[in-house]
Design a protein around this ligand. Sequence first.
Ligand code: SF4
Length: 347
Amino acid sequence: MTTDRDITATIDALPGLDSSAPPLEVKDLQVEFRTRNGIAHAVNGVSFSLQPGETLAILGESGCGKSVTAQAIMGIIDSPPGYVTGGEIRYRGVDLLKLPESQRRKIRANRIAMIFQDALSALNPVFTVGFQLSELFRKHRGMSRADSKARAVELLDLVKIPAARQRVNDFPHQFSGGMRQRVMIAMALALDPEVLIADEPTTALDVTVQAQVMSLLAELQRERNMGLVLITHDMGVVADVADRISVMYAGRVVEEAPVRDIYASPAHPYTKALLESIPRIDLKGQQLNVIKGLPPALTNIPPGCSFNPRCRYAQDICRADPPPPRFPVAPTRTSACHFWKEVKGDE
Ligand code: SF4
């Protein structure tokens, strides 16, 4: 049987591992898809870091590169057509992109886990949830059939699935959407990861169940002091749980800041437009602000600032020169905008 201590010893022996370094650090990540219509630049220099116990929300419209960033971290981009063409993905200082696949798989299985948007397609329909959970312990910890099943029941209990001892024998289709997402959380937490990436974990659920699943995630994260990367397009979800927000547009981070700062005074026109497009009860009867136009095709990103065709602050310089990425606008926040002061209301 492989114990947690054995796994820790194997991972600690990785050259360059520094236990004081962040459990996840992404630097200047570049991902492209080589398609028949040209090269789609899905991720163009994304950087962020995540501390233990911290929640970083990655926010943006569909197609902005947030899920591709997560897939690159997990090493699950279909290649071809997708390729990580540059940058670093560091776990405790070790660049995963430079590790042999076998070592990378160890970190992926034991230290960085992911919850997918659609639990029904992420779970195998022909096996019981108990089998799928216990397989993790048999495969990665060498546990016996009986012990691994007992751990599966404990995990279902942990994610508050009623009558876990009976439900462990059910198939995924016998669970409701919310309960299936809890099973996904149980699978992700099974090997006690330090980092959890949750890709739109509540999108397919109704609002009440969304709130329950998010509060369960937050509770488990607190208990385990786990870093959480929450990928979402929903600013309502972010406000309640995130510590920091990275806003992505056309494959880039355009603003990063503590959650309160973003809501109090966005420093990028795209963030500001996203906030203005949230329905507000005090503005009942008024027309909702929408962001005009569509995000650019990633095979044809406009020159200059990629947001310029939709930006109400755009000037000539925006069409000619891309703004510096991650320009520091305060000690703890960055914005990629030539006119961040005007947007923020500082000038
Ligand atoms: Fe808008 Fe220009 Fe700022 Fe881009 S750089 S977001 S176009 S003001």
